[in-house]
Design a protein around this ligand. Structure first.
Ligand SMILES: CC(C)(COP(=O)(O)OP(=O)(O)OC[C@H]1O[C@@H](n2cnc3c(N)ncnc32)[C@H](O)[C@@H]1OP(=O)(O)O)[C@@H](O)C(=O)NCCC(=O)NCCS
Length: 168
């Protein structure tokens, strides 16, 4: 059985693993190895995740994990970007555990938290061409609003992101 919980320090290792493996799996066909490993190093290291688990706020609502027994099989994080706007900043699963509704359960939990904080709409940035994430967001009601440069781009990189929104 899958249980969704607010993450604790004991989940940090599992979050780092799920996000790193999920990130590699998601972007191996569209992004360079340098880009992928740089993002993983900067964002999915245990030191950073531990701080993010310990300190949540309106702008950063903390990590939520999907647990199968003691195993972290998925993780989500988000925050409020305006008085009535929430955002999904990150969502990854163990790549072997897709299409079991784990992503939907994680998103529902973050959404409940953001509704309590006053959210009436929710945003997410997805890499253009991410055929593993876009069908999910469209299935749960997000529609594309705009296109922009991916914010982790170095000067010589030109990856694009799509901004999606749904009303809650
Ligand atoms: C996006 C992701 C978290 C979705 O989680 P998931 O548990 O696999 O999704 P769910 O089982 O809850 O799917 C809900 C619905 O979304 C749609 N959907 C999800 N993945 C889909 C896919 N690859 N193709 C088509 N539709 C899809 C379906 O309608 C599905 O309902 P159904 O299974 O009854 O048909 C997961 O696929 C993932 O980790 N992808 C790679 C990482 C990623 O892109 N993250 C987002 C970066 S911002």
């Amino acid at each position: 059985m899958i249980v969704i919980e607010k993450a604790l320090p004991e989940h940090v290792n599992g979050i780092a693993e799920v996000c790193s493996n999920g990130y590699r799996h998601t972007y191996e066909e569209t992004h360079s190895k340098e880009y992928i490993e740089r993002v993983i190093r900067d964002f999915y290291n245990e030191e950073r995740i531990l701080k993010e688990v310990k300190h949540s706020s309106r702008e950063w609502n903390g990590w939520f994990v999907a647990l199968d027994g003691d195993n972290v099989v998925g993780a989500i994080g988000g925050g409020m970007i305006g008085s009535e706007e929430g955002e999904v900043f990150v969502l990854y699963l163990d790549p072997s555990r897709k299409r079991e509704r784990i992503g939907s359960k994680l998103l529902n939990e973050l959404t409940k938290d953001q509704l309590r904080r006053g959210a009436r709409e929710q945003w997410v940035s997805v890499s253009k061409g991410n055929s593993k994430g876009i069908p999910f967001y469209e299935a749960v009601g997000f529609t594309v609003q705009s296109e922009q440069e991916s914010y982790q781009n170095l000067e010589q990189e030109a990856y694009k992101s799509l901004r999606y929104r749904r009303y809650l």
